[in-house]
Design a binder for this molecule. Sequence first.
Ligand code: AMP
Length: 297
Amino acid sequence: MIIFNSIFRLKEHLADIRKKSPSGGIGFVPTMGALHQGHISLIKAAKEQCGVVVSSIFVNPTQFNDLNDLKNYPRTIEADCKMLEAAGCDVVFIPEISEMYTEQELELKRQGIEDKSWTEGKTVDFGVIGSVMEGAHRPGHFNGVAQVVSKLFRIVEPDKAFFGQKDFQQLAIIRSMVKQLEMNIDIVSCPIVREPNGLAMSSRNERLTPLERDRASIISQTLFKVKELQSQKSIPELKAFAEAQIRTEPLIELEYFEISNSATLEPITDYSQAESAVACIALKLGKVRLIDNVVLY
Ligand code: AMP
């Protein structure tokens, strides 16, 4: 596995690889590091479908709306590289912030101004997808995600990019971005990998105390129960059930529980409003913000 810190050197290497036209092309797995088996499942999926697998580790400052969250985000680069290599990753890109952003771009972030230069003059509008749930609760988050992912896509120029359904709304944002920017990249979604107690794997889980980690099982238990109850309850009843269930855990502060159209992410109140629906949850457990979801139908 080859590690690059420089965009120039990485692009040079990838140009050489592209000349050899690896079968299945180049697969890309962007991450923020502190890797776990959820990330590794994406590398394995990429490995199965693509001749060369590129990953990136970059804790992207522009997608954080909370400076403490950014400061406390776990960083475990050495262990990450070992895991990537063992999973068969070929190339990893680990840039410094100054490699990815100009001082001007960082200044806009400091001033809380949404930098839209990543659209390169195109009108990009995420509509409802960008304004509900995470969009409503984390101002500027998706703009930062689109900003960094579009930069990474322009650097790596992958044939396929792999994302986890754990970040269901993020996946919808990336698909919408790729379509609106007319990027020729196939976006592949991969299932959520969970801990034995059902907790969706997340780098942020590292920051949970053993007690919190244990109590966190109520999140997926509630989501799975909601899925099970859909044949017996209306959507408002399911929401009331889930909210009541979560509120039984005093360590959890619920941010939202929503049932939405899987394609548009528009909240629904009746099953007839969506061909496929997803239940999404966001909450604080102690100091840690967690999200999870389950596709209902
Ligand atoms: P992150 O490092 O949190 O930005 O995540 C990098 C990629 O890994 C994103 O596409 C996530 O959706 C995906 N991912 C994170 N956790 C999981 C998980 N538990 N199962 C599957 N994919 C995941």
